[in-house]
Design a protein around this ligand. Structure first.
Ligand code: PLP
Length: 384
């Protein structure tokens, strides 16, 4: 059996090597490292794929979130509601801009922000909601958009883990993750579903004026060369990363299919196990998770409900099965983000999830032998 990797970027590169190598050598020969034609063509390709008017590339996903908040004109003291169960980047940029992060609990089934908790957290100071499409499946965007409209709030989608996922509205209409809110932010970190070979990110919006504002912000606040109208940042996707992304984008749907296929095999093997909860489908999504196009499985995360998660993790380590614990500590308990306002009873689900979740190897190159080995080791351990 091939050694099991948590993420296998080597195998994926082998498939697209010729295209990637040719594009990169061209950039080296032409020395168009920054703002080269590759950046513009990737931007246009992604606009087409997502069916959105504007893609604005930037340096990484964290920047994308920060720039989204700057572009919307959020001011110090404005409250921004986001999920307690996510990667720290989401809350970090809120704090950095001196906005007030308001963390709320998530849903047990989808791991995504709990709409009712968002509603309870809204105050006259609330300006934006940041749903995170955790592990590759959209939060309840229909509910969030309705709530936002009622309270006149901006919605910034943290789409770092869900590029390529579809969201299904209750009328059956589908839209790509990251294109539903006022603005979407994504990351092209190598291990994301669409990853480059360094750092990269992008913003998505259908709003022409907001897109224009953001194009200036990412470029030192310049709308005319050497005239700085607003305080901006320096955040660029370089040409080499854009070329890698252009080589990968035509394969993204196939990559997502392969991840779903692996997820389907995992879920079937674990089906009915008394101590394992497999990932569940979001609302409006037909069928079982992994059977439709709503989840792109950035992570395949189980809940181990008999208190044995850490023991299982140790066992998997010994058996040569890599795993991840995303995430071991709720943000409201992290030293940087703790606050007296937060009460344990308001984070019942997150506090439970951090003790139960474990993510299994998930990438486009997993084979049946590896999946069988992983599922057998887990079931044997939990049954022993
Ligand atoms: C990866 C990630 C980010 C940050 O992306 P970078 O490109 O690493 O800055 C933000 N939010 C979530 C949910 C992520 O998974």
């Amino acid at each position: 059996m091939k050694k099991i990797q948590m993420v296998d970027l080597v195998g994926q590169y082998a498939e697209i090597k010729e295209k990637v190598d040719t594009s990169i050598s061209q950039i080296l020969e032409q020395a168009t490292f920054i703002n080269g034609p590759q950046v513009h063509s990737f931007q246009a390709d992604l606009e087409g794929y997502l069916d959105i008017k504007h893609v604005i590339p930037c340096a990484n996903g964290t920047d994308a979130l920060q720039i989204a908040m700057m572009g919307l004109g959020l001011q110090p003291g404005d409250e921004v509601i986001t999920a307690d169960f996510t990667f720290a980047a989401t809350v970090e940029v809120i704090a950095l801009l001196q906005l007030t992060p308001v963390l709320v609990d998530v849903e047990e089934d989808s791991f995504n922000i709990d709409l009712k908790a968002v509603e309870r957290a809204i105050t006259p100071k609330t300006k934006a909601i940041v749903p995170v499409h955790l592990f590759g499946q959209c939060a309840d965007m229909e509910g969030i958009m309705k709530l936002a409209e009622r309270h006149n709030l901006f919605v910034i989608e943290d789409n770092a883990q869900a590029i390529g996922a579809n969201y299904t509205f209750s009328d059956g209409r589908k839209q790509k993750a990251g294109t539903i809110g006022h603005i979407g932010a994504t990351s092209f970190f190598p291990s994301k579903n669409l990853g480059c070979y360094g750092d990269g990110g992008a913003l998505f919006t259908n709003d022409d004026e907001l897109a224009n504002t953001i194009r200036g912000i990412v470029n030192h606040g310049m709308y005319r060369r050497y005239y700085h109208d607003v305080v901006g940042v320096n955040s660029r996707l370089d040409s080499i990363q854009a070329a890698v992304l252009s080589a990968k984008l035509p394969h993204l749907d196939r990559y997502c299919d392969r991840r779903r296929e692996a997820a389907r095999k995992y879920s079937r093997a674990f089906s009915g196990h008394p101590h394992i909860v497999v990932p569940k489908a979001a609302k409006n999504c037909e069928g079982i998770c992994a059977e439709c196009d709503c989840h792109v499985f950035h992570q395949y995360s189980l809940r181990i409900t008999n208190g044995q998660r850490d023991a299982l993790a140790e066992h998997l380590g010994q058996q040569g099965v890599p795993f991840g614990i995303y995430y071991p500590v709720p943000l409201h308990l992290q030293r940087a983000y703790a606050d007296d306002r937060y009460k344990a009873e308001d984070f019942r689900v997150t506090n439970q999830l951090v003790k139960e979740v474990i993510s299994l190897p998930m990438h486009t190159e997993l084979d049946d032998e590896q999946i069988n080995y992983i599922t057998e080791k887990i079931i044997q351990f939990l049954d022993s």
